[in-house]
Design a protein around this ligand. Structure first.
Ligand code: SF4
Length: 193
């Protein structure tokens, strides 16, 4: 099938589990950037994603073996970087953060312990909000620690480079605490376009 005819993979609920696929590898860590969400942020790119979206922005990081193992030293470095007063928060990208919950849960719990709600956590995911609602406990636990979720696969047919923080029009910037409290998707109130 030609590449542009292919569609991303669509898992059934709980078909993909982090404890079956993740090797706890990290593709990249970028401190002090201002493109992965609001404000100055520290971004962790986890390795491994099964959605296989045509046009994926980070094909190399679809491989669960890509990069290096997540270490305590890296975690400590992330926490020290985030201590800087000008850092607004952490961003999780990939790869797929929700298929690397071992790493992401450990880091997000530490961030909440160190900083409470003074730093925010954004995550991108190929899963939609509705899919995550039917997913495994570890994914829901990770969601509960996140402030903003940019959800859904990258769809080339809906690609739009003018969109804020997302690549295709199906993706949404979701306020997670409000959405969980209201049991419906609540879009981020600082969305511009
Ligand atoms: S969900 Fe994201 S990382 Fe995964 S294949 Fe799609 S674009 Fe790439």
């Amino acid at each position: 099938m030609p590449q542009n005819m292919r569609k991303p993979n669509n898992p059934t609920p709980k078909e993909w589990l982090a404890n079956k696929v993740s090797l706890e590898y990290i593709a990249d860590y970028k401190p002090f950037n201002f493109v992965d969400g609001e404000g100055i942020r520290c971004s962790l790119y986890v390795s491994g994603c099964l959605f296989n979206c045509p046009g994926c922005y980070n094909v190399a990081a679809q491989n669960f073996h890509y990069g290096q193992p997540y270490t305590q030293e890296l975690e400590n470095q992330i926490i020290e970087d985030m201590r800087k007063p000008y850092v607004q928060g952490l961003t999780l990208l990939g790869g797929e953060p929700f298929l690397n919950t071992q790493v992401c849960l450990k880091l997000c719990k530490r961030i909440r312990k160190e900083f409470g709600d003074h730093k925010d956590i954004w995550s991108w995911s190929g899963y939609t909000w509705e899919e995550l609602m039917q997913e495994s406990y570890d994914k829901l636990r990770l969601l509960s620690l996140i402030d903003i979720l940019v959800d859904g696969r990258f769809l080339e047919s809906q690609k739009d480079l003018t969109l804020q923080f997302r690549g295709s029009a199906n993706q949404r910037i979701i306020d997670v605490p409000k959405s969980l409290a209201q049991n419906r998707v609540v879009i981020w109130d600082r969305l511009v376009h």
